[in-house]
Design a protein around this ligand. Structure first.
Ligand code: TRP
Length: 363
C-alpha cells in the first residue's frame, strides 16, 4: 500500500479520532454482481488489511451513489443485497468493521447539502466523471449537458460527506477515485477555514500491488466487456454457482496449441489468474507444467480447482445470506447504529458551526 498524499492533517478539534491512529473508510457502489477481478483487486486485499491491523474501519454500501445513472429499482435493491452478502461471505467481520448502508445514515445526505453550500461549482466542473459525460455529448454534437443530472455533477460532494462525516484518515480507492478524495480534502479545507476546523483531511490510499485480472477474451476483466468470471454467479436453482464458475473458466480464450506442445505461461490468462490464487511453490510447479506442455483443458481444470478451494467455503455462506435477507438486514442495522453514533454528533457540530441550532433550550 502506498499513501499518495501527505500525512493526515488532523486538527485539534477533529472528532472521534483518538482511539486509533488510522481510520479507514471506503464505499462500495451497489450496481451489479461481483466478479473474480473485484475479489482479487478489492475485496480480498481490503479484508486482509483490516484483519492484520487494529485500525478503525468503516465500510459501506453507497446506495445513494448507486442511483446516479442507474434507474432500475430492482437492480439497486438486488445488488445491495448481493454485494452486502458477498463482502460478509468473504470474511468481512461486522463486529470488527462498521458495515452499513449509506441510506441508513440520513446525516450523510444532510451533511452533503451543507457542504454543497460552501463547495465552489468550479471545483465540480473539473471532475473527470462529469467532464467525460460532457465530452461524449460534445463529440456527438448534442447539448453538452444531455443526460447529466445534478446527482452526477454533485457526486464528489456526497462522497466528501461520506468521508468527512467520520473523519476518515485513509480512504482505499481505485485510481479513478483519487480525484474525488482530493476534492473531499478541498471541500473540508474550505469549510474548516470558513467556519471551524471540524473535518479531518483524508488521504487516498491506492494499492498498486493488487493484480489486475485478465478476462475471458484476453482484455482486462471488466463488467463492461462482458468477459468476467463470476465470483458467486447468479442465484439459479438450475445451475449451481460452482458450475457457473467452472463454465466461465472453460471459456477462457487460448491459442490453438495442442496438448504436449510447450506453452508460454507469461502469455496466458490462465496462468495469470492462477498466480492470484496459488502459493509461490504452486506457481513454480504450474510454470513447469506449461513449459512441458500441459493441455489447455487440464490447465483450466487446475485453475478452477485452485480458485474453488478458496471460494467454496465463502459460497456456502453467500447462499445462506442470500436466502436469509433478515439476517443481512439485521447486520446492516447494527452497522447503521454504530455509524450513527458518530454521524449524529458530527452533524450536530456542523450545524452549530454554521449557525443552525435551537433558539432556546426547552424543558
Ligand atoms: N465513488 C466510489 C466508487 O465508485 C464509491 C464511494 C462512494 C466511495 N463514497 C465513497 C469510496 C467514499 C470511498 C469513500 O467506487
Amino acid at each position: 500500500m502506498s499513501d499518495n498524499t501527505a500525512k493526515p492533517a488532523t486538527t485539534d478539534t477533529a472528532t472521534d479520532n483518538t482511539k486509533a491512529s488510522k481510520r479507514i473508510l471506503t464505499g462500495i457502489k451497489p450496481t451489479g454482481t461481483l466478479h473474480l477481478g473485484n475479489y482479487v483487486g478489492a475485496i480480498r486485499p481490503a479484508i486482509e488489511s483490516i484483519q492484520n491491523s487494529d485500525d478503525e474501519a468503516f465500510f459501506f454500501l453507497a446506495d445513494y451513489h448507486g442511483i446516479i445513472g442507474c434507474y432500475d429499482p430492482a437492480v439497486i435493491h438486488e445488488s445491495t443485497k448481493s454485494i452486502a452478502a458477498t463482502w460478509l461471505a468473504c470474511g468481512l467481520d461486522p463486529e470488527r468493521v462498521t458495515f452499513y448502508r449509506q441510506s441508513d445514515v440520513p446525516e450523510i445526505p444532510e451533511l452533503a447539502w451543507v457542504l454543497n453550500c460552501s463547495c465552489a461549482k468550479g471545483l465540480m466542473n473539473r471532475a473527470h466523471a462529469y467532464k467525460a459525460a460532457v465530452d461524449v455529448n460534445v463529440d456527438n454534437d448534442v447539448d453538452a449537458d444531455l443526460g447529466v443530472t445534478m446527482g452526477l455533477f454533485g457526486y464528489p460532494v456526497l462522497m466528501a460527506a461520506d468521508i468527512l462525516m467520520f473523519n476518515a484518515t485513509h480512504v482505499p480507492v481505485g485510481r479513478d477515485q483519487v480525484q474525488h478524495i482530493e476534492m473531499a480534502r478541498d471541500i473540508a479545507g474550505t469549510f474548516n477555514h470558513r467556519y471551524k476546523p471540524l473535518f479531518t483531511l483524508p488521504n487516498a490510499v491506492v494499492d498498486d500491488d493488487t493484480p489486475l485480472l485478465t478476462g475471458l477474451d484476453g482484455r482486462k476483466m471488466s463488467k463492461s466487456y462482458g468477459n468476467t468470471i463470476p465470483l458467486f454467479g447468479e442465484m439459479n436453482p438450475q445451475v449451481s454457482s460452482e458450475k457457473q464458475m467452472h463454465k466461465a473458466i472453460m471459456k477462457i480464450v487460448t491459442n490453438s496449441q495442442l496438448p504436449d506442445e510447450p506453452k508460454d505461461p507469461d502469455d496466458s490468462a490462465i496462468f495469470e489468474i492462477y498466480k492470484a490464487f496459488a502459493t509461490a511453490e504452486e506457481v513454480a510447479v504450474m510454470r513447469e507444467a506449461f513449459t512441458t506442455g500441459i493441455g489447455w483443458g487440464d490447465a483450466k481444470q487446475a485453475l478452477f480447482d485452485k480458485i474453488n478451494t478458496e471460494i467454496a467455503p465463502f459460497r456456502e455462506r453467500y447462499e445462506q445470506l442470500m436466502n436469509n435477507p433478515k439476517e443481512l438486514e439485521e447486520i446492516l442495522q447494527m452497522g447503521a447504529d454504530k455509524a450513527r453514533r458518530h454521524s449524529r454528533k458530527q452533524l450536530d457540530k456542523t450545524r452549530r458551526a454554521i449557525g443552525i441550532r435551537p433558539l432556546a433550550k426547552l424543558k
